[in-house]
Structures are given as structure tokens and as C-alpha cells.
Design a protein around this ligand. Structure first.
Ligand SMILES: [Zn+2]
Length: 265
């Protein structure tokens, strides 16, 4: 790299390995060390990611994304990348469908409409602003992925509304390790617009603590679920696929929260 000086660096943090990214360091010039004193209280799920943005007078560069739980050297990174490429190829050719995932927010501003100020709990499970998640925006995404569905179980049970029996399907959904998913994230089948809530994630293949292939246990959500109010914004690129980040809240207001590789929504 032969870019002219000065080179500046910024450390960025995100809840999803694909972003959106938030700067957590000042702009660092002529320094290669940054120590952050902030203590982060998060679950054991993969919900924290970091990268470094480098800016020179001629270009901007990004480092690989780092998660706190594992690390790969270059050779291992290339192996992981190749395994993922083969998996996606197999899904594209035969077994998979094009789907999307929404990542449930684990940090961000709390919803002022439904959070009890004393206990911090969500008091309205179908809150029109946060859909019962308690954060604004409630979900990050969507992120386009290939999903391979396998029906794993069918139970006959009493429906919650007391109107008889229902036979919900439980599915196993296989996909590559990016973005990492966790319980209560949402997977979506684009063709049918059916939405599934994740209830358990198995890392089918992990290399040095980095998930390469994950298998989700997912339950189909009834169309009455608030998650169906989560809509995708068209990103305005004219292809009409609606791909974009952010969400339209039930009251019609838009949370343009996301910056995806495709641009700002
Ligand atoms: Zn709310």
C-alpha cells in the first residue's frame, strides 16, 4: 500500500457482523493502539463485533471483522471462506432457498412507549414502536442469506387462543456462519413471506470458535405475530426486490437505521 500520509484509524463496533457500524474510538492519527475503558455487558451469544477503519487521503480501508470469542489466522480464514463458498454454492444449485434474516437488537435506545421506567421490562408485548423487543429499532436487517430447510418435528397441540388444535412445524434451517444468529432472531422465506423465530442455534462446524455452518431450530410464527409488521424498505435501486435495511414501524414511521453494503437506506 503506498497511499500518502496521513493515515487515520477509527475502531468500530457492531451488533451484527455485517454492520451497521458505530465508531467507538476518536480518530487516531499516527498511533496503532487504542484502549477502550467501556465495560460491555452482553450475553454469551455472538453479539459484539469490531473492525478498524483506515482512512488515507486517497481511500478508505476496512479490516477483517473480529469477534471477541475467536480468531483466525490468514490460512484458517481462507479455509473457512472456502467452506462457506462451497456451502452457498450447494444451496444455490440445489438445496437452498433465498431468505432473509433479521437480528433482534441487543443494544440501542430503549423504547419509551412500553418500557416500565422502574423495572426496565417491556410492558406491551405488541408495542407499535418496538414490537415487544424494547429497543429502537427492534431488529437489524434484513440480511440476504441462503437457507436450507428441513422439517424436523410436527406437534399437535392446543392453540394459545383456545380455539382448538394447531399443528405447528418446527424446522431446522442450515446456513453459513455469517451473520451469526441467536435465539429470537427472525428468518424469513422470501417466496412465501413466512417468518420463523429462532429457538436454539447449533454450530454444526466451528473452527477456532468461529461458527462456519450453523443450524437453527426455528418455529413458524402465526401471521398475528408483531414480527409480521416488520416490513422491508425498498432501497430505491430500482430492481424492486425491496432489499434494504431499516424498518417501517406499524405507525408508518421509518427507522432508517442501517447502512448495508448496498448503501444507505
Ligand atoms: Zn415499545
Amino acid at each position: 500500500m503506498a497511499d500518502p500520509a496521513p493515515w487515520t484509524f477509527v475502531v468500530e463496533q457492531a451488533q451484527v457482523s455485517e454492520g451497521p457500524w458505530k465508531e467507538i474510538s476518536p480518530v487516531l492519527t499516527n498511533t496503532v493502539v487504542f484502549v477502550d475503558d467501556v465495560k460491555r455487558i452482553v450475553s454469551k451469544d455472538h453479539v459484539l463485533f469490531f473492525r478498524i477503519k483506515m482512512t488515507t487521503p486517497t481511500a478508505t480501508y476496512y479490516s477483517f471483522v473480529k469477534a471477541p470469542y475467536g480468531d483466525l489466522n490468514r490460512r484458517e480464514y481462507l479455509i473457512v471462506k472456502d467452506i462457506m463458498r462451497r456451502e452457498v454454492l450447494q444451496q444455490d444449485d440445489m438445496a437452498g432457498i433465498l431468505g432473509r434474516v433479521w437480528i433482534r437488537a441487543t443494544s440501542g435506545p430503549r423504547c419509551t412507549n412500553c418500557i416500565d421506567p422502574i423495572t426496565g421490562n417491556v410492558t406491551v408485548s405488541n408495542c407499535r414502536f418496538c414490537l415487544g423487543v424494547g429497543r429502537i429499532p427492534p431488529y437489524l436487517g434484513p440480511y440476504d442469506v441462503y437457507l436450507t430447510f428441513t422439517p424436523s418435528r410436527r406437534n399437535l397441540e392446543l392453540s394459545q387462543d383456545g380455539l382448538g388444535l394447531q399443528q405447528p412445524y418446527t424446522w431446522e434451517i442450515r446456513l453459513v456462519g455469517f451473520p451469526y444468529l441467536k435465539d429470537k432472531d427472525i428468518a424469513l422465506d422470501i417466496a412465501s413471506d413466512k417468518r420463523y423465530i429462532i429457538d436454539g442455534v447449533n454450530n454444526e462446524l466451528e473452527i477456532r470458535r468461529i461458527p462456519v455452518i450453523q443450524v437453527l431450530h426455528a418455529n413458524e410464527l402465526p401471521v398475528s405475530d408483531p414480527v409480521y409488521k416488520l416490513k422491508e424498505l425498498d432501497d430505491g435501486d430500482g430492481d424492486g426486490d425491496g432489499y434494504g435495511g431499516g424498518c417501517v414501524l406499524p405507525d408508518g414511521s421509518i427507522v432508517p437505521s442501517l447502512v448495508l453494503p448496498g448503501g444507505i437506506i
